[in-house]
Ligand binder design. Structure first.
Ligand code: ADQ
Length: 479
C-alpha cells in the first residue's frame, strides 16, 4: 500500500537533552494538527530536522533520538551547525524570508548561504528517497525546501509530489532580483501540485514561471517537461474545535482554577471600571508590523484622548530567530517604543501597554483571547496569519472585534473584520475607536459570519483538500 510522507524543515516534535535525559514533546502547532490524520494513517511518516545539531550529540545520543523519533513516526535529517547557520539562518531567513515578504533592503544574497541551501535540500532528498517506495506521495512544506520537489522527481519520477508555501509569493519584480531565481523555480516545478494560501500568491508564481522560464501557461496549469503542474490556492485553517472548546471551558472555570495571568486581568478589570483590552500576539518578526502597531496605538490615544486610562494594549511577542541581526534590532526598537510610551503616558493606575516577550502556554493564550475586547492583527506582510482565526474561534459569546491588516492572507477570507492598511495610523486609530464602540448586535453579526467560515474550513479540511487535489493533479495526462 502506498504511503504519504510529510516533509518540513522542523519535525512536529520538540527534543531536548535535559541532564543527559532526552525529553520528547509533540508539537501542537497548526501544521502538526492539520497533518495529524495524514501522518497517523497507515505507514505515513514525517521527515525533518530534529532541532538538535548533529555534532553536539555522541553516537548513543543520536541513536536515542532516532529511536524516540521512530515512536512518533518521524525520521530526522541530520544537520550540523554550519548547515543551521548557512541554510537556515542564512539563505532561508536572510534571503528568502525577507525577499518573499517584500523586505528587499533586508535581503542578503550570499553564495555560501546558497551553496548550503542546495546541499541541505539534497540532504533532505537523500533521507526522503531512503524512505519512499515507488508510487508514494510526498508533501513538501515551505520556503526552506524549494529545491526538494525537483530533487525527488529526478531520482524517482513515480512519486506524487505536492508542495505548499506557507509565506507570501512575491511579485515578479521582486522575485527577479534573486540570483538563483531559475534554480528556485526549477526546484518547485518538480511538484505535481503547488499550493499557496491565496489566489494572488498563485498568480505571482505563475507570472514568474511564464516570464522567467518562458513557459506557456493555461490558466492554472503549467505544461512543462511532458507533465502538467497544477497551481492553486488552499487557505490554511486552524484546529477550530480546539480553540473554541478551550474557550468554552475557560468560561466555566472556577475562581481557584484560574491562571495567575487571568487573576491579574480580572484584578485590573475590576479596579479600572469599564476599561477595555486590545490584544496583539505574534512571533517577534519584522513582517508582523509590531512597531507600527505600537505607534498607531499611541496615535489613537493622542487622537482620542478620552480613551486614556480606558484601554490597554496587551502585547505578546514570542522570541524568534534571535541570532539574526534584524530580529535583534526589532527587539530593541520594540523595547524602546514600549518604554517610551509607557513612560510618557502611564498614570498611577494605568499602564497603556502590557508587553510580554515570551511564549505562553496554551491555557494562558486562551485567557488572553477570551479576555480581549479587540484583537489587532496588523502585519505589514503575512502569508496567512492564524492568530486572526484563533481569536475568532475563541469568541464563544458572540462579542469581540478583529482589526485585520489587508496585507495578511487571512484578509482575503475574513472580510467581516475591520480591514486596515497597517501603515495608515489615522485609519487604524479610527478602526480602534470603531471597534471599541461597535454595537453588540453588529459585533455578533460579523463574528457569526466569520465563525461559520473559519469552522468549516479548518486545518483538517485544508489538508484533505490539498491531498485530494494532488491526486487529481498527478493523474492529468498532457495532450
Ligand atoms: P507564523 O509566521 O509563525 O507562520 P501565524 O500564522 O500567526 O504565524 O502562527 C503563529 C502561531 O503561534 C499561532 O498559532 C499562535 O497562536 C502561536 N503563538 C503566537 N504567539 C504566541 C505566544 N506568545 N505563545 C504561544 N503561542 C504563540 C507562518 C506564516 C503565516 C502562516 C503560517 C501557517 O508566516 O503567515 O499563517 O505559517 O501557514
Amino acid at each position: 500500500m502506498n504511503k504519504t510522507i510529510i516533509v518540513s524543515n522542523r519535525l512536529p516534535v520538540d527534543l531536548k537533552y535535559i541532564d543527559d535525559e532526552l525529553v520528547v514533546k509533540s508539537s501542537t502547532g497548526g501544521l502538526a494538527t492539520g497533518m495529524k490524520s495524514v501522518h497517523s494513517e497507515g505507514n505515513g511518516i514525517w521527515v525533518g530536522w530534529s532541532g538538535l545539531a548533529d555534532e553536539e550529540m555522541d553516537e548513543n545520543q543520536k541513536n536515542a533520538v532516532d529511536t524516540a523519533l521512530a515512536k512518533e513516526k518521524c525520521v530526522a535529517v541530520p544537520l550540523n551547525n554550519d548547515d543551521i547557520e548557512n541554510y537556515y539562518y542564512g539563505f532561508s531567513n536572510t534571503a528568502l524570508w525577507p525577499l518573499f515578504h517584500y523586505f528587499q533592503a533586508y535581503t542578503e544574497f550570499e553564495l555560501t548561504h546558497w551553496d548550503s541551501y542546495v546541499e541541505v535540500n539534497q540532504k533532505f532528498a537523500d533521507v526522503v528517497l531512503q524512505q519512499v517506495n515507488d508510487g508514494d506521495t510526498v508533501w513538501v512544506h515551505d520556503y526552506q525546501l524549494l529545491l526538494l520537489p525537483e530533487m525527488l522527481r529526478a531520482k524517482n519520477p513515480t512519486l506524487t509530489i505536492g508542495f505548499f508555501l506557507h509565506i507570501p509569493y512575491p511579485s515578479y519584480e521582486l522575485f527577479r532580483t534573486c540570483p538563483w531565481r531559475d534554480e528556485l523555480l526549477q526546484g518547485m516545478l518538480g511538484a505535481d501540485l503547488i499550493g499557496f494560501h491565496t489566489y494572488d500568491y498563485a498568480r505571482h508564481f505563475i507570472s514568474c514561471v511564464s516570464r522567467i522560464k518562458g513557459i506557456e501557461i493555461n490558466f492554472n496549469e503549467i505544461s512543462y517537461a511532458n507533465r502538467i503542474i497544477k497551481v492553486d490556492s488552499f487557505p490554511m485553517g486552524i484546529d477550530y474545535d480546539r480553540y473554541h472548546n478551550a474557550a468554552l471551558e475557560h468560561d466555566q472555570s472556577s475562581e481557584e482554577s484560574k491562571t495567575d495571568l487571568m487573576k491579574s486581568i480580572d484584578f485590573h478589570n475590576k479596579s479600572n471600571d469599564g476599561s477595555k483590552l486590545i490584544l496583539s500576539i505574534d512571533r517577534m518578526d519584522y513582517t508582523k508590523g509590531i512597531p507600527n502597531r505600537i505607534k498607531s496605538f499611541e496615535y489613537f490615544l493622542n487622537k482620542y484622548p478620552e480613551y486614556k486610562e480606558k484601554v490597554r494594549l496587551v502585547m505578546l511577542a514570542v522570541p524568534s530567530r534571535e541570532n539574526v541581526a534584524q530580529y535583534q534590532l526589532l527587539k530593541r526598537e520594540t523595547d524602546e517604543l514600549v518604554g517610551r510610551i509607557n513612560g510618557d503616558l502611564s498614570t498611577i493606575s494605568w499602564t497603556p501597554i502590557w508587553y510580554f516577550y515570551r511564549s505562553l502556554p496554551f491555557g494562558e493564550l486562551i485567557d488572553l483571547y477570551v479576555s480581549s475586547d479587540v484583537a489587532m492583527v496588523t502585519p505589514v506582510r503575512d502569508g496567512m496569519n492564524l492568530v486572526a482565526k484563533e481569536y475568532v474561534a475563541t469568541r464563544t459569546k458572540g462579542d469581540g472585534v478583529l482589526i485585520l491588516s489587508e496585507m495578511a492572507g487571512a484578509a482575503k477570507e475574513m472580510l467581516e473584520a475591520l480591514i486596515v492598511n497597517p501603515n495608515n495610523f489615522d485609519q487604524i486609530a479610527d478602526s480602534i475607536k470603531e471597534a471599541l464602540e461597535m454595537p453588540a448586535d453588529e459585533q455578533k453579526t460579523r463574528l457569526d459570519a466569520l465563525q461559520k467560515r473559519i469552522s468549516r474550513y479548518d486545518v483538517e479540511r485544508w489538508a484533505s483538500e490539498f491531498l485530494k487535489a494532488l491526486k487529481v493533479a498527478k493523474d492529468i495526462v498532457p495532450v
